[in-house]
Structure formats: C-alpha cells, structure tokens
Design a protein around this ligand. Structure first.
Ligand code: 4NP
Length: 188
C-alpha cells in the first residue's frame, strides 16, 4: 500500500501513527469524465472502422485522448474478428490515419456501456433502436451525418460494392461529421 505517515498523540497520551492513503494530488486533480462513443455500420469493416479511426485521430490531435472511449461495431456478424476492408485501410492511410480495429457485432451491453451510439445510415439506426432493451440502456442513438454542417444526405452510403472513389467520398463525409461531433461533445 502506498501512503503518507502522520503521527499524532491520543487522549490516552500514547503516540500513534496513521497511514494516510489519499495522496494530495487526488484531492486537486480529479480524473476527467470519460465520454464513450460507438460507431456502427452493417459489416464493421468499411464505414464504422473509418469513423472510429478518424474520430480517434481528431481526439488525439486535440490532446483529449484521456477523455474519450472510442469503438466501432456492426449490426451484422459476417466479419467478426476481421481487419477493416483493405480499401478503408488505404484511404485512411492516404490521409495519415491508422485503422487498428477488429470486426465485432453490436451487443446489448453496448446500450449501457456507451454514451453515444452513432449510426452510419438509417437502416443501422432502426436496427439499433429495435435492439435496445430498456433497463440501463441510456445511450443516445444518432446518425453520424446529423453532426455535419449542411449535409447533402443524412446517411453515409455503403461503399462495399463500389470502387475506390466511393471510399474517398465516405472518408470526406466521415471526417466532416466527426469534426462536428467532436466540436459538439467538447462544448458539453
Ligand atoms: P460496412 O460495409 O457496413 O460499411 O462495413 C459492408 C461490409 C460488408 C457487407 C456489407 C456492408 N457484407 O454484406 O458483407
């Protein structure tokens, strides 16, 4: 046990030594409150890993890593355990962002564990709303592009069956939206 020793004399005249377990720092520097954000798409290999990586990058640039818990997941289970799609990894790399997630499926505990669950499209949003089951599930479920300034659509389109230009387009809208999301969360 770490602590500080403090000697005192009791009413019986005997000296006793107490160990003060709380450090002076603990009283003056409380840990910052954590905000937890889960990005969700269908497969968790294209869009949501990109959103997770871009948002983490922006948070790191802002020096706020100790204030955020960031993750991503899919409503489907086809790609559990897999690295992100090579085209997402490539477009992220081209913009200086590393992606290191592994595919996982949304689980019921996510609705209690996360403050924000951010969906890429309306299908994901409706699936999440159906999955949520009452008790303790306080997460706000929202569309990522609701944080973009003047978006041309409220959805991040699924680029899985398209070409590389679709991934660049997705990267750009994800970045604009993640900047808006971070701006909003910092203001809270
Ligand atoms: P994502 O894209 O939802 O952005 O990860 C998809 C990836 C895989 C599939 C669908 C969408 N899939 O059907 O396997």
């Amino acid at each position: 046990m770490s602590g500080k020793l403090a000697a005192s004399t009791g009413a019986d005249g005997l000296r006793s030594i107490n160990i003060l377990t709380q450090s002076p720092m603990a009283a003056t520097s409380p840990a910052p409150a954590l905000t937890s954000v889960l990005f969700v798409c269908l497969g968790n290999i294209c869009r949501s890993p990109l959103a997770e990586g871009v948002f983490r990058h922006l948070v790191e640039e802002a020096g706020l890593s100790d204030q955020f818990e960031i993750d991503s997941a899919g409503t489907g289970s086809w790609h559990v355990g897999e690295r992100p799609d090579a085209r997402s990894i490539l477009v992220a790399e081209q913009h200086g962002v590393g992606l290191d997630s592994r595919g996982r499926q949304v689980r019921s505990a996510d609705f209690a564990d996360f403050d924000y669950i951010i969906a890429m499209d309306r299908d994901n949003l409706h699936t999440l709303e159906r999955m949520r089951d009452g008790e303790g599930s306080h997460a706000l479920i929202q569309l990522l592009r609701s944080y973009e300034d003047k978006p041309d659509s409220d959805e991040v389109p699924d680029p899985y069956y398209g070409g590389a230009s679709g991934f660049e387009n997705v990267y750009k809208m994800v970045r604009r939206s993640c900047k808006g999301l971070l701006h909003r969360l910092r203001a809270e």
